[in-house]
Design a protein. Structure first.
Length: 252
């Protein structure tokens, strides 16, 4: 997540291999294996096209929810009066909701036009969810060095679009997961349910932003702990989706 607001520089206590290299290597191996299986066997077993709605909510809540919003929103609205704070929160929620709607419609149509098999889409979702969750967990093992302070811009409603709505609320990996969930949905009713889940998450984000300054001490402790616990579950569920997809492709 990229932000123009001051953050503490971090350095991962991991091997020196770049994270991007690991991501592309892992994803390339899985997708090449899937493509090979499809080429060799046209009778790919049917895969369950619906993710349980509970899993969908968990994934989207982690990727689009309030865990990552509190600190940036507090920095953006520092020194702002209640009226400006409310306007920033409301406009950021509207911008984020509109962006997700556009991405969902365009993404679903684009994927449908390429006629990508459902097992490959599910495999893509599993890889995305696993890597994002793993990255969040590994960030617990970071060192904070070179702490510096820089000036924070004055509160402005313009911040509602960027960096608050995008990329703080609407993350690239959140868009990717939403598009895949909609694409593998069995019917319109399931897609509408996923849309309702996104709407609920956006409303939760709004409530958190409106109360962030008052509840910051409590939220700053509770949400990271809850996020770490759910993140472990997300890693396991991402691996489960990958495993099921590879089985459906006949690789396992």
């Amino acid at each position: 997540m990229i932000s123009r607001y001051p953050v503490h520089p971090i350095r991962l206590c991991l091997p020196k291999t770049p994270d991007v290299t690991l991501v592309f290597t892992f994803g390339l191996v899985c997708l090449l294996s899937a493509g090979t299986a499809l080429a060799e066997d046209t009778s790919v077993p049917a895969l369950q096209t619906q993710f349980p709605l509970g899993q969908v909510f968990t994934f989207l809540f982690l990727m689009l929810g309030p865990f990552k919003i509190i600190a940036p929103f507090s920095q953006i609205t520092r020194g702002a009066d209640a009226s400006v704070t409310r306007r920033i929160a409301l406009q950021a929620t509207l911008f984020a909701s509109a962006a997700l709607l556009i991405a969902a419609v365009l993404g679903d149509r684009i994927l449908s036009s390429y006629q990508i098999p459902i097992p490959v889409l599910a495999l893509s979702a599993g890889i995305i969810l696993f890597l994002v969750a793993l990255q969040n967990i590994m960030q617990q093992f970071t060192l904070h060095t070179d702490v510096t302070t820089t000036s924070v811009p004055a509160p402005s409603v313009k911040s509602a679009m960027t960096p608050l709505a995008f990329p703080t609320i609407v993350t690239p990996y959140g868009i990717a997961a939403l598009v895949v969930f909609l694409s593998v949905s069995a019917d319109l009713q399931t897609q509408l349910m996923i849309g309702a889940i996104v709407l609920v998450i956006m409303l939760l984000n709004l409530v958190i932003m409106l109360t962030a300054n008052k509840m910051l001490p409590v939220l700053g402790v509770v949400l990271p702990i809850l996020g770490a616990v759910i993140g472990i579950v997300q890693v396991a569920l991402g691996l489960q989706i990958i495993n099921n997809s590879l089985k459906a492709l006949g690789i396992l």
